[in-house]
Write a protein that binds this ligand. Structure first.
Ligand SMILES: Nc1ncnc2c1ncn2[C@@H]1O[C@H](COP(=O)(O)OP(=O)(O)OP(=O)(O)O)[C@@H](O)[C@H]1O
Ligand SMILES: [Mg+2]
Length: 294
């Protein structure tokens, strides 16, 4: 069911969260940057076990600022953030990076070691793993992202798509419970985008990791997210399943977003055929089934 959080008085500001499944709870957090810019404002957001959550919103709406709060890179000026029930605002959780791995939009912000292997081993070694365990973790992560052949390469000389894969491997090697990826498919060709998409699904299905993605690619969000959060002016404005959110034209307009391509194609087809667009397909396969049923 879509939850619209426009009126904090008539609905609880933070929606009801299943405490047994809760991994992260951002509770009315605000962040003001040193120059006075508002990064997030009264942000309420949560991540549950075994889910993929997509943060969708226009430029400057606060998606990256929120993501940087999830592993403690930024701390809220107001409000609270809890991971596994431990509040970081009260200083209880200093090793947040063990629980939440963040993959930045710019891979160059993340890669720094002389070789790919050194880079991917850095996190595990820093966590206190032995060299042998770190090597195993790094090798396993590089295999999982399909980049085992890049192991001896220099990160500087990799392509954008390869750098993105190595950044994800570096996070995966630390075996966090949650991985947040900021614009994971931006600047990637369709093949690399597809690899990242498959990998995100695998993180959830094979490794049981919950994934947060901030993305402008609403078609990607429609295909892989269990839950979509619309971000506007520094807070989550509405949330729901992709087929609910992406078929709500008014909601998208208010957020400043356009419906995903699949929604526009389905509507155009129904209009052309003079049939009601009364189903909510969000994948090509789903659209075929919806059309065939007419
Ligand atoms: N380091 C910073 N110093 C000052 N203001 C900042 C800083 N980083 C972000 N902001 C401001 O905070 C607000 C939210 O920015 P943020 O980068 O979180 O948005 P976003 O939703 O990730 O945007 P985009 O889709 O363009 O990546 C913007 O107004 C931005 O100008
Ligand atoms: Mg951003």
């Amino acid at each position: 069911m879509t939850i619209i959080r426009t009126d904090p008085l008539s609905s609880p500001h933070c929606p009801h969260i299943d405490k047994d499944r809760e991994l992260i709870h951002v509770d009315c957090a605000s962040h003001i940057y040193p120059d006075g810019s508002v990064g997030i404002h009264d942000m309420c957001f949560y991540v549950q076990k075994n889910e993929i959550v997509a943060l969708c919103g226009p430029n400057g709406s606060g998606k990256s600022t929120l993501i940087e709060h999830l592993n403690g890179l930024l701390t809220p000026s107001e409000g609270n953030i809890a991971v596994n029930g431990r509040s970081i605002t009260k200083g209880e959780l200093t090793d947040l990076w063990r629980e939440v791995g963040v993959v930045f939009q710019q891979s160059d912000d993340q890669l720094f070691a002389p070789t790919v292997l050194d880079d991917v081993m850095f996190g595990p070694l820093n966590m206190g793993m032995s060299r042998e365990a770190a090597l195993n973790a790094a090798t396993g992560a590089l295999e999982a992202v399909g980049a085992a052949d890049l192991v001896q390469k220099l990160p500087n000389y990799l392509s954008g798509g390869q750098k993105r894969l190595i950044s994800i491997a570096g996070i995966l090697a630390m075996k966090p419970r949650i991985i947040a990826l900021d614009e994971p498919t931006s600047d990637l060709d369709p093949v690399h985008s597809g690899m990242i998409e498959d990998l995100i699904l695998e993180l959830k299905q094979r490794f049981g990791i919950s994934v947060v993605i901030a993305t402008h690619d609403l078609d990607l969000a429609a295909r892989i997210a269990d839950r979509v959060c619309l971000v506007r002016k520094g807070s989550v404005f509405a949330e729901g399943k992709p087929d609910e959110i992406f078929y709500d034209e008014e909601l998208l307009q208010e957020t400043g977003l356009k419906p995903p391509q699949i929604v526009r194609v389905y509507r155009a087809y129904c209009r052309m055929q003079g049939i009601p667009a009364d189903q909510h397909p969000i994948s090509i396969e789903g659209m075929m089934v919806a059309i065939r049923g007419k």
